[in-house]
Unconditional design. Structure first.
Length: 456
């Protein structure tokens, strides 16, 4: 263990921080990756209370609002990290996140109000998510950023493994079949039974209470390494100094484009996989189990791709991830047209699991890359700004849904986007890595010398 840590780090303090970061993100992962499981119920509830006017594209908009809020929260955390002691980021984040969950009980009826609530959930979770990475990576040596980025967010990916089946078990315990509805984009199925619809708002209340009991105690355990600066001791550079340095690097914008494009296949898988599966798989519990088990691949894929990144560097890892994602996306879309039911179910399952396994790698590879490029000192700001691409990618996916409303052309479009993203990855090389790292180190050293001179 000690070979992974910086020289002065406390091993026990490091383990407590890593475990707390993994576990505290589980409720947030349930909101993000459990969305595919709950979206048919949200769609049904909105459809029922809005006279059949809520369409399937509304689910992509809700998810996009969540991701946009997540992006904003990451930037806010990067800003606060330069001004406040660390617990003043984690504790308010989890309290506001859990309050937002409880508020969803009253906003679930209308798409517009639910978009606002999911935006709040995303913002508060984004603050917590960024704080966990800032804390966790501050303890480890830079050559191990990849594997520990994957470990830190593994709890976030694991959430749907048990949250998705529990959601379905609570709302639809008798495995009631949905009813086909025409007149919406890409004919979908909705639930019309009152015993199912009336449980939807209360799901958020139960979830909020359970989340608060888990998260609030853990928020006090997350700490940065004592040798890393935070707002309580004063940073060497201000938020805007850091921001200016980050956005002037062309490599940052290449990563920004790749990260944003790679959000599109994940947004589709997380939003539509269960809705699409209901077109030819009538077993709601089976679909929820598939989505739930995807959490296992989502969780294990993150450290896996982190290890791959540490060995193959960012460029080769990104190209491999993008090509594999395009194949898996086409697999679960095409499964509907396989005439043998058993084989179509297998193809759908493999496609969904594989999509989660490859897409989740982005959240191990790119935090590690940003940390390696810019170091601990600039990570909060750089990763916060980078995450804006996730919000843009989510809204782009909602737009593609609106303008390419037929399922198969939609799948081909997403697969092509994955390939384009992989081509951008060719521009990322080790020379860029080393060059920016040296510039960052030089700037920090220069700022440190300037601060010492002023103190003298």
């Amino acid at each position: 263990m000690q070979e992974y840590l910086k020289g002065t780090c406390s091993k026990s303090r490091f383990i407590v921080t890593i475990v707390a970061c993994c576990v505290i993100l589980i409720p947030g992962g349930g909101i993000c990756y459990g969305f595919s499981s709950i979206s048919p119920y949200l769609l049904s509830y909105s459809y029922h209370h809005n006279n059949g006017t809520a369409g399937v594209a509304s689910q992509a908009v809700i998810y996009a609002c969540y991701m946009s809020g997540h992006s904003l929260g990451m930037i806010v955390a990067g800003f606060l990290e330069t001004r406040l002691p660390f617990p003043w980021i984690t504790v308010p984040s989890v309290v506001l996140f859990d309050v937002s969950l409880l508020l969803a009980r009253f906003s679930v009826k209308h798409v517009a109000t639910l978009c606002v609530t999911y935006g709040m959930l995303g913002t508060t979770l984004g603050m917590l998510y960024s704080a966990c990475f800032m804390a966790g990576l501050s303890w480890v040596k830079k050559e191990h950023y990849g594997k520990f980025s994957g470990i830190l967010c593994s709890g976030y990916g694991l959430a749907s493994l048990f949250i998705s089946p529990l959601q379905t078990l609570y709302i639809n315990p008798h495995n009631v079949k949905p009813t086909p509805v025409s007149g919406l984009h890409n004919k979908v199925y909705v639930f019309t039974q009152n015993e199912i619809l009336e449980k939807v708002p209360w799901l958020f209340v139960i979830y909020g209470v359970m989340s608060a009991c888990l998260q609030i105690p853990l928020a006090f355990l997350i700490r940065k390494d004592k040798t890393s600066s935070d707002g309580s001791s004063g940073n060497l550079t201000t938020f805007f100094d850091k921001l200016k340095f980050v956005i002037t690097k062309s490599e940052f914008w290449i990563i920004f484009v790749i990260f944003g494009l790679n959000k599109i296949p994940l947004a589709y898988t997380a939003t539509y996989s269960k809705i699409y599966g209901e077109l030819f798989i009538v077993n709601d519990m089976f679909l929820s189990t598939v989505i739930g088990m995807a959490g296992l691949f989502n969780a294990t894929g993150r450290p896996f791709w982190g290890f791959v990144k540490d060995r193959l560097e960012t460029r080769n890892t990104v190209i491999l991830m993008c090509l594999m994602t395009s194949v898996f996306i086409l697999t679960w879309f095409i499964s509907r047209y396989i005439p043998v039911i058993f084989l179509s179910d297998i193809m759908f399952t493999v496609g969904v699991w594989g999509s989660f396994f490859t897409c989740c790698g982005n959240y191990a590879v790119f935090p590690a890359t940003i940390a390696r490029f810019f170091g601990d000192e600039y990570f909060g700001v750089a990763y916060g700004v980078l995450y804006v691409s996730q919000g843009l990618g989510s809204f782009l996916s909602a737009g593609v849904t609106e303008y390419v409303p037929i399922w198969v052309p939609l799948a081909v479009t997403i697969a092509v986007i994955c390939v384009i993203s992989g081509l951008f990855g060719i521009a990322l090389g080790k020379q860029s890595h080393d060059k920016i790292s040296e510039e960052t180190a030089g700037l920090i050293e220069m700022k440190g010398s300037s601060t010492e001179s002023v103190e003298e």
